[in-house]
Design a protein around this ligand. Structure first.
Ligand code: MRU
Length: 349
């Protein structure tokens, strides 16, 4: 399994996703400021991976703190969380992780400082292990929804690289392949950052899963030609009503899927579900640097003076979502009820 993010004795180690697929290099962050930078610069990306990276960054910052009282350590924790919380606004896993680390600190407040520091490291490691287990559970639930023999389209990268291993959408595909299903993946290249062609294709080739990369504007034609039996994508934040924020272009795929009668599935852990946000209109959408659109591999592709839009995510209304695959089971419309029910449910095997 790829080590997307890992706690080591010398710091938090990441595979540098900006270098893939041509170079497999790793970076080790020794401070929480460096962890904030790698999240912001997309050395690590994907909602669940961002969440666990944030937790590890917080644990690292607290470990490095010179505070001598619990009060001072709490002040340092708050500053660390503020910095990390400003890196990327859309993936709710980031804020889920910050909340969980702060809650852990509150529970430990009266303990010796060394014990608090060690427990926060353990908590971040636990979140890492839980994420892999959640992906494997999603795979078990979601595999049954995949065709026995056929094409499955995915958008962006919701694989091992976007999580701590196995993946959400790619976890569902992996589990289906492990069950003997004959799946051919169609990976949208995912302009402008190319997570599909650079990362999803890299992972699937490594696993020996047959994969075709298409540019984003080919998806409709592939559906019309009958090459796509199902679609499965990840999510950065799912509102209480089932509206799904995911990589820009997901909405287009969902609308096309509806037109062609193809099921459109979203696979995401509960750390991505934001029951406090009523619907998609309340989800903040990250705007990224226009250079990601104007340049490809450092070469300018648009004239100077033109205006550029670069929203990193869009929101797919719940009416286009055939099912949401979680580690606790599968939710179907009406999501306002089914997500609430699953939120109260124990994790299903
Ligand atoms: O900008 P990114 O690469 O962090 O966006 C990633 C996505 O949109 C993924 O589909 C999403 O985070 C789900 S990852 C399991």
């Amino acid at each position: 399994m790829i080590q997307t993010v890992e706690w080591t004795d010398s710091g938090v180690r990441f595979i540098d996703q900006t270098k893939l697929p041509t170079e497999e290099v790793y970076v080790t962050c020794k401070t929480h400021e460096q962890v904030a930078d790698v999240i912001r610069n997309m050395v690590v990306r994907g909602a669940p991976a961002i969440g666990v990276s944030a937790a590890m960054g917080i644990a690292l910052g607290v470990k490095n703190s010179n505070a001598e009282t619990a009060g001072d350590l709490k002040r340092d924790l708050d500053n660390i969380c503020d910095l990390i919380g400003k890196t990327r606004p859309t993936a709710v896993n980031l804020f889920w992780a910050i909340r969980r680390m702060k809650d852990k600190f509150e529970n430990l407040r009266l303990r010796p400082l060394q014990q608090i520091k060690q427990s926060l490291i353990e908590e971040a490691k636990r979140m890492h292990a839980e994420d892999i287990a959640a992906n494997q559970a999603m795979g078990r639930h979601g595999a049954a929804l995949m065709p026995a023999n056929g094409g499955v389209l995915t958008h962006c990268n919701a694989g091992g690289l976007a999580t701590c291993g196995y993946g959400t959408a790619l976890g569902v595909i992996r589990a289906a392949v492990e069950q003997g299903k004959k799946i051919h993946v169609f990976a949208d290249e995912t302009r402008p950052f190319l997570q599909g062609s650079r990362l999803t294709a890299w992972e699937l080739v490594k696993d020996g899963i047959p994969t075709t990369v298409i540019s984003d504007n080919m998806a409709g034609a592939m559906m019309k030609q009958g090459k796509i039996g199902a679609i499965v994508v990840g999510a950065d934040r799912i509102a209480a009503n089932g509206d799904v924020a995911n990589k820009i272009g997901t909405y287009t795929v969902a609308v096309l899927a509806k037109e062609h009668g193809i099921p459109f599935y979203v696979a995401a852990p509960f750390s991505t579900i934001d029951l406090e946000t009523t619907d998609g209109s309340g989800i903040p959408i990250e705007q990224r640097n226009s250079r990601e659109v104007t340049h490809i591999a450092g070469k300018q592709m648009t004239p100077d003076g033109v205006e550029i839009e670069n929203p990193a995510f869009d929101v797919t209304p719940a009416k286009y979502v055939s099912a949401i695959i979680t580690e606790r089971g599968i939710a179907r419309a009406p999501y306002g009820e089914t997500l609430q029910n699953l939120a109260g449910a124990a994790v299903a095997g």
